[in-house]
Structure formats: C-alpha cells, structure tokens
Design a protein around this ligand. Structure first.
Ligand SMILES: Cc1cc2nc3c(=O)[nH]c(=O)nc-3n(C[C@H](O)[C@H](O)[C@H](O)COP(=O)(O)OP(=O)(O)OC[C@H]3O[C@@H](n4cnc5c(N)ncnc54)[C@H](O)[C@@H]3O)c2cc1C
Length: 432
C-alpha cells in the first residue's frame, strides 16, 4: 500500500498514451513508479452511462470555446484512449526530426508489440464499405486505415468501442498501465495533480488533491502526462507561465446523408479514409452510436432526421488547424477557428458531399464543430527541450502537449513513440 514514505524513482501524472507508455517502460527497467490519475479505474463496460462519466461531463471532459466548439477528453485510467477510435497514423517523422527528435526505432518497436493493421473485411461495416467504394469510384485513393485492434477479439456489427471496448479488442493505454502495475507501479486514482514541487530548480515531487484533501508525493523525477490541456495547467501553476499558448485541437465536422438501402449504424468508426495532406485535412468514415448521432443531428437543427441513424452514412473531416489561442489558468479554452481552418473544413465538406451523393445519399448536411486532439501547449523547443525536459531539471512532459507544430492527424502512435524514447533517455541519464 502506498504511504508518503514510500520511495519512488518517478511520479507520472496522468495515464493516457503518453503517461502509460513512459510508466510501463520505466517499470520494465525496474524503476519504482507512482502513477497519479485524476479519473477512476472501473472495468470498461462499453455502456453509454460509463462513457458519459469518463468523457461527457461539462467543463471537465467537454470543454467549450467561445464559438461553442466542443473539445472532448477522457478522464479515466488510459485517458482519452478508452474512448478513441483506435486509428494508428504514423508520426510526423520529418517534423520531429527538425527538433532533433527521432522515434523511428521506438515506432518499429511499438508496431511489433501492438496489434496495428487494417481491419479484415468482415470487421469493416457496410457504411464504411459503401463510402470507400463510392470514393474509389470517384478516383480518390481511399483506403482501409491501420487500427489498434486485436482482431481475433473484435466483433462485426458492434459499436461498443465508441464507449470503451468491453471485449479487450481495442488496444488502449490502460493495458500499458496494467502492465506497469504488474511490474510494481503504484496507481492512485481519483487524485488531481496541482503543481510540481521545485527545490533548487529541480523537481522533487508534486502537490495533489485526493477528494479535496491536499497531499504531497516525492520522487527525484516528475513526468507530466495529463494531456494537452491538463499538463499546461500544472506547468503554469508550477511557474512555467509560457505553457498553454498557440496550440492546435484538430477541429472536425461530420457530414451526413441518408440512404434507403442500408440498415446499419453498428460499426467501428474510422475504418477507412484518405489524408488530403495538400488541402490540410483527413476524411474518414465515421458511423457513431445512435445517441451521439442524435446529438450531432440536433445541433445541426435536423430534428426530422433524429431517428434515421441506421440509414445515415457519415464522413468525418478533420482539419489541421493553425496554432493559435490560449488556455486560461484553469484550463478553459480560448481559441477561435480561423478563416483558414474553416476553409479547409469547407473544402472537405464539398468533397464529402460528392462522395455521399455518389453513394446514393440524399439530404446531406454537416454537424457543428467538435475537437478531440488538444496539443502543442508545451511545445518542444519552446516549453520543453528535445529530451522533453522543462526549464526545471527532472521535470518532463510526455503527452500531446509537446508536439511542436500543428499536424492534423491522430497522435496516439506518436505519443507511444515519445513515451518509449523518454523512458530510454531517463534510464541512460541515470546510468551516466
Ligand atoms: C472520441 C475520440 C476519438 C479519438 N480517436 C483517435 C484515433 O482514432 N487515433 C488516435 O491516435 N487518437 C485518437 N484520439 C485522440 C487520442 O485519444 C488522444 O490524442 C490521446 O489519448 C492523448 O494522449 P495524452 O497522453 O496526451 O493524454 P490523455 O489521453 O488526454 O490522458 C491524460 C490523462 O491525464 C489525466 N489527468 C488530467 N489532468 C490531470 C491531473 N491534474 N492530475 C492527474 N491526472 C490528470 C486524465 O484523466 C487522463 O487520463 C481520439 C480522441 C477522442 C476523444
């Protein structure tokens, strides 16, 4: 059992893909790690109620900009990866190389360990197949996307991964946390890290709250992995006031159209798609569960379509937004969509319309804006160096905050690579 006298080599604050990976890798190298996680640790059930508790609480999980764009993040062991769509895009190797960061070896390692591959045909739903066939007929190079999925455990006609896969088919960062715990890490849930304790310009521990009670934990290494919004808030509280400015959040819209000859709606989203890198966005199929479909439909004032979920083809357009905006000290988002961001989404919308029409869809409309990848709030070469260390010795950041430029693609695989690299760096440093 954890006591304040227990000796840890490192404290990891947050357990999404960044934190879970670094924690797992450190424990594999015999380090004693304390993981402090704000969210809970109940077994994943794949229900809407549990998903709402982990990812639907206003001002905690659903953050609104002044333009009412909703940004979603998960708070539970495993972070947003419990709710993510499990699509594995390769990292921006060239962008990272400009900052002296090479994670090619770590990504090879991750690809050997994790179930990353396009889905077998029988696991791709009829809606994604219809969209892919239509796009290809129009000449687009629309393809199956690599997924973090143990396909032998995955089920066709299933949508539950949207709420957290209860079958263990979708890889998520909780699996790495569980491994870290097996290797001796201590995980404390329901606690919120507030600031890092700095003595003589060196991190020595953290202040956190445990159900309202202020506590401290000590270790010679502190790694913030509280996500693109959580980590900059802690950094600011620690005195690093430059965190939380000029960030990205990959805004997206969903374009929907009705078809008469499919009865679907139960499938894994983002199974297929196309990266329009020249135009600055990615397009994928995105069939979401009925409840979320109804939210998207109501937001767009298409009330007559509320109950057409099983007949609606949906394409997501996710844009590479420019770096802009600021976070408030409490993590509130101030970031308007720029003209250029909206132009990219509109271009994607027009292409999605064309694809949906060609697929036989009618009454096509688009959702309001959403976002799900906040990052760049503690950028490499700005708030952290190329080893992910801040201006304070032994205080590191390892999550989506450190991505140095706008990128526009889902970052989980990149964060796994950065977590592996950081663990190696920390262990080498101790040896020298
Ligand atoms: C619906 C959805 C679909 C997505 N689909 C994909 C996809 O297909 N592919 C992909 O690559 N990415 C996808 N993403 C994005 C991906 O999930 C995130 O980019 C990724 O999880 C970010 O990892 P992270 O380590 O930066 O932080 P997070 O996953 O956000 O984890 C941060 C953790 O820190 C905890 N925390 C926050 N503040 C504190 C604090 N003060 N103290 C202690 N703990 C704290 C949180 O509870 C959380 O567990 C999706 C996201 C969403 C929401």
């Amino acid at each position: 059992m954890h006591s304040k006298y227990q000796q840890f080599d490192a404290i990891v604050a947050g357990s999404g893909p960044g934190g879970a990976t670094v924690a797992r890798e450190l424990t594999r190298r015999d380090k004693k790690v304390l993981i402090l996680e704000w969210g809970g640790n109940s077994p994943i059930m794949g229900t809407i109620f549990q998903a709402a508790a982990m990812g639907g609480i206003p001002f905690k999980n659903v953050l609104l900009t002044n333009q009412l764009l909703a940004m979603v993040r998960g708070t539970t062991t495993g972070g947003s990866s419990i709710l993510y769509y499990g699509t594995a895009f390769d990292p921006p190797f060239d962008m990272l190389a400009k900052y002296g960061v090479d994670i090619a070896g770590e990504i090879d390692e991750a690809k050997n360990e994790l179930p990353i591959a396009p889905l077998a045909d029988h696991l791709i739903g009829p809606m994604a197949k219809r969209i892919m066939a239509s796009a290809r007929e129009l000449g687009y190079d629309w393809r199956k996307l690599p997924k973090f999925v143990y396909q032998d455990k995955c089920r066709a006609d299933c949508w539950r991964c949207n709420y957290g896969c209860p079958y263990g088919a979708k890889w998520n960062a909780r699996m790495y946390v569980e491994e870290a715990v097996k290797n001796g890490a201590v995980l404390i849930n329901g606690v919120k890290v507030k600031r890092v304790i700095i003595e003589n310009n060196r991190a020595t521990g953290v202040n956190y709250t445990d159900r309202g009670i202020a506590r401290k934990a000590f270790a010679p290494l502190v790694i913030l992995a509280a996500g693109g919004i959580g980590s900059p808030v802690i950094l600011r509280e620690t005195g690093i006031k430059t965190a939380g400015y000029d960030y990205f959040f990959d805004p997206l819209i969903v374009v929907m159209g009705a078809v008469e000859d499919i009865k679907g709606g139960k499938e894994i989203p983002m199974a297929t798609g196309l990266h329009m890198s020249d135009e600055g966005y990615v397009m994928t199929d995105m069939t979401v569960p009925g409840a979320l479909y109804r939210v998207l439909t109501a937001e767009a004032f298409r009330f007559h379509r509320l109950f057409s979920h099983s007949k609606t083809l949906s394409i997501m357009i996710k844009a590479k937004d420019g770096l802009s905006g600021r976070l408030t000290d409490r993590g509130g988002m101030r970031k308007p969509l720029t003209k250029s961001d909206k132009k990219k989404l509109m271009k994607g919308y027009l292409r999605a319309r064309e694809i949906l029409r060609n697929a036989g869809a009618k009454s096509i409309f688009k959702s309001w804006y959403i976002a799900a990848h906040p990052g760049g709030t503690a950028k490499i070469s700005d708030v952290v160096d190329s080893d992910l260390q801040t201006e304070h010795k032994n205080l590191y950041v390892c999550d989506c905050s450190v991505i140095p430029e706008a990128w526009g693609l889902p970052p989980t695989l990149t964060l796994i690579g950065l977590g592996k690299r950081l663990a190696k760096h920390l262990c080498q440093e101790e040896r020298s």
